[in-house]
Design a binder for this molecule. Structure first.
Ligand SMILES: NC(=O)c1ccc[n+]([C@@H]2O[C@H](COP(=O)([O-])OP(=O)(O)OC[C@H]3O[C@@H](n4cnc5c(N)ncnc54)[C@H](OP(=O)(O)O)[C@@H]3O)[C@@H](O)[C@H]2O)c1
Length: 224
């Protein structure tokens, strides 16, 4: 597929730990990618670092609002505490888009599962029916995303959405970024996926790694 036929992806709050790895994986397989930030200069610095680190990758930089308006698919990777305020500020810019919510509201110093509703359900309520919210990547470790660019990662992505065609687009995005991805139910199921992040952080702490992730088994069709 030529990059002209691929949708533009904006990573809103893409200057932190999670956003740049996702940006790099999609840019390296040809997607037009924009790093969004509250500050243009910060987005430019992150984009420049990615473009320098990887030959043949050209990531753009914008403030979050213009980035969202320019993209067909927006991925929200702002810090957990800013989730609601960021969505309220970007509501108008996100109308008509798919919003992929990667938020896992878990404190890594004291990991516990969050209470319902899921972050993605909150996002859908804030943004209204004009935005197709999909929850994904809450369990994809930032430390893993920059590895094996263009190749496969040993991590699965659970994709939750009330809108199945939107979920299918995000499953395809995850697959092109080298991850296995599965539809895992509606937006309310995303609370369980967020809660899994608390388990992954506990595993990381106990076993001294930063890369614990999830894997689904048993989905292959059995021979008759
Ligand atoms: N880190 C991981 O391994 C990981 C894995 C899976 C999912 N996640 C999820 O991904 C999201 C981002 O995590 P992270 O570790 O990348 O966070 P982070 O590095 O702490 O912050 C990400 C970005 O949030 C933006 N931000 C900070 N305060 C803000 C505010 N008041 N309003 C709007 N934006 C604000 C900043 O961007 P600007 O200053 O440039 O605007 C910052 O670079 C979280 O929801 C997290 O649960 C993280």
């Amino acid at each position: 597929m030529s990059s002209r036929s691929l949708p533009t992806i904006a990573i809103l709050g893409g200057t932190g730990k999670e956003g740049p790895g996702l940006a790099l994986r999609w840019a390296s397989v040809g997607y037009p990618v924009i790093i969004g930030s509250r500050q243009l200069e910060k987005a430019q610095a992150t984009a420049a670092a990615l473009n320098t680190a990887q030959d043949q990758v050209t990531v753009q930089a914008m403030e979050n609002g213009p980035a969202a308006r320019q993209a067909a698919i927006c991925v929200l990777t702002v810090v957990q505490a800013a989730h609601q305020a960021a969505l309220e500020g970007l509501k108008a810019d996100l109308q008509g888009k798919i919003l992929v919510d990667a938020t896992a509201r878990v404190d890594f110093r004291d990991p516990r599962p969050p209470a319902p509703p899921s972050a993605a359900r909150i996002a859908q309520e804030i943004l209204g029916p004009g935005v197709r919210v999909v929850a994904a990547f809450q369990n994809a470790p930032a430390h893993t995303l920059k590895k094996n660019l263009g190749g496969a990662l040993d991590t699965d992505v659970l994709v939750c959405a009330d809108d199945l065609p939107a979920a299918d687009q995000v499953i395809q995005l995850a697959q092109t970024a080298g991850m296995r991805a599965y539809y895992a139910g509606g937006l309310d199921n995303a609370i369980v996926v967020e809660g899994l992040t608390s388990i992954l952080i506990s595993l990381n702490q106990r076993y001294g790694v930063k890369t614990a992730s999830i894997g689904v088994t048993g989905l292959e069709k059995q021979a008759a």
